[in-house]
Design a protein around this ligand. Structure first.
Ligand SMILES: [Zn+2]
Ligand SMILES: [Zn+2]
Length: 97
């Protein structure tokens, strides 16, 4: 699969996925609705296949997951499980052109 790259709106945080990732899936859970104001489209990749750069703040949004956002501009970027399979969930369309 083609390498996928992206960034937050201010450019502080960038990511690059070099391994496999899913097609776009949409989570309609209450947590995502509250966080994003709507359902949450995302792609899923293995943590070890994703390189992160920049200053990312993480907070626990439930007992099993945490969400990452740019510490400078607040863009919501990532969600990952804190237990179980280590997957990183990414908002897919913040692509670096
Ligand atoms: Zn930013
Ligand atoms: Zn959700």
């Amino acid at each position: 699969m083609k390498e996928k790259t992206g960034a937050c709106v201010c450019g502080n945080v960038t990511y690059s996925i070099t391994g496999e990732y899913t097609g776009v899936v949409s989570c309609h859970c209450k947590s995502c609705q509250r966080y994003h104001g709507n359902y949450n489209p995302m792609i899923v990749a293995n943590v070890e296949d994703v390189a992160l750069k920049g200053d990312i703040s993480w907070f626990a949004s439930s007992e099993s997951a945490e969400r990452g956002f740019c510490a400078a501009c607040g863009s919501a970027l990532f969600k990952r499980q804190t237990a179980g399979p280590k997957l990183l969930v990414l908002i897919p369309w913040r692509q670096v052109v």
